[in-house]
Ligand binder design. Structure first.
Ligand SMILES: Nc1ncnc2c1ncn2[C@@H]1O[C@H](COP(=O)(O)OP(=O)(O)OP(=O)(O)O)[C@@H](O)[C@H]1O
Ligand SMILES: [Mg+2]
Length: 204
């Protein structure tokens, strides 16, 4: 049981963490928080989740101008990221990282290290497309090596039965479900796809 507290991470940037996080926040009826947003020009993840979930979206701790790794985006803006400002608030919440688990916030701090400090159960979002077995198993190893609790893996994309099966078998991780590619991507479609694609019991 997670107490309605989840961290959403992924195997890479652009895999669908924000869309999944919006689905999860909406499903649980809990707030969303993206502590570090790098890149402000093309819309932020917070804005996307607000539109797709209708839930409360908390303000970011850091809003960095440049769409790149947080350690570099912070340097460009002349900011040093302080982990003390990155502690999730009490109570049920969905928290999204940036990129994948070995993305640096500073040269001495990776997202995976932060997740280990928090101790909040993590959902790994993974693509179903070619390349995902390697990325998924690497991500699970990196989390386990730091004793980060893992709730399970959520797939995004077209069904790929054998790929999803072998990741869960070899990675010894629970398959939470799959979110298909949605067209159009809107709040109503996401709510329906989330309800159809995910096992409620795995996400309590
Ligand atoms: N299930 C889906 N159906 C349709 N479009 C999707 C879906 N999931 C993701 N997308 C689209 O793919 C792109 C990347 O998704 P998203 O922003 O959720 O990735 P991310 O993993 O959060 O990326 P980042 O590392 O930048 O935070 C976006 O344009 C999003 O709208
Ligand atoms: Mg995102």
């Amino acid at each position: 049981m997670s107490g309605g507290r989840f961290v959403v991470t992924g195997t890479d940037t652009g895999v669908g963490k924000t869309v999944f996080a919006a689905g999860l926040a909406g499903h649980l009826g809990v707030p969303y928080w993206k502590p570090v947003q790098a890149g402000l020009d093309e819309g932020t993840d917070r804005e996307t989740v607000a539109a797709l979930s209708g839930q409360t979206v908390l303000p970011e701790a850091y809003r960095l101008t440049t769409p790149c790794s947080p350690h570099q985006a912070a340097a460009i803006d002349g900011v040093t990221i302080d982990p003390a400002r990155l502690v999730p608030p009490e109570g049920p919440i969905v928290v999204e990282g940036a990129g994948g688990v070995l993305v640096p916030l500073r040269e001495d701090l990776l997202y995976a290290d932060l997740f280990a400090r928090w101790g909040i159960p993590v959902v790994v979002v993974a693509r179903t497309a070619l390349g995902t077995i390697n990325h998924s198993l690497l991500t699970l190893e990196a989390l386990r090596s730091r004793n980060v609790p893992i709730t399970g893996i959520a797939f995004v994309g077209d069904e790929n039965v054998e790929t999803e099966r072998v990741i869960c078998a070899m990675g010894q991780v629970r398959r939470l479900g799959r979110l298909p590619w949605l067209d159009p991507l809107d709040a109503e479609n996401l709510r329906a796809a989330f309800a159809a694609g995910f096992d409620r019991a795995g996400l309590q």
